[in-house]
Design a protein around this ligand. Structure first.
Ligand SMILES: [Zn+2]
Length: 85
């Protein structure tokens, strides 16, 4: 069993999905079982996965289907993106 500190360090320095499987699996088990940091780190991992998912869709140019946006919501988002540039 790896320590909470090791999980925290690995997640701070790397994206969960970029780690090799032999590092992800012990982390995954720890996050599932640990009462100390499990809940917190599962949120971190979910966030990183969500980010990856978004970036992949963005690169592929099909962000919209991933989010199932209505026309209006999409326009608002596009406007927000333009405004922030
Ligand atoms: Zn822990």
């Amino acid at each position: 069993m790896i320590a909470c500190k090791q999980v925290a360090k690995a997640l701070a320095n790397h994206r969960y999905y970029e780690l090799p499987w032999w590092r992800r699996i012990p982390m995954f088990i720890h996050i599932k079982l640990c009462v100390m940091c499990g809940e917190y780190h599962s949120q971190v991992v979910d966030m990183q996965k969500g980010m990856k998912n978004y970036l992949e869709h963005e690169e592929a140019g099909d962000v919209e289907p991933a989010f199932h946006l209505s026309d209006e919501a999409r326009k608002r988002m596009q406007k927000a993106l333009r405004d922030s540039e």
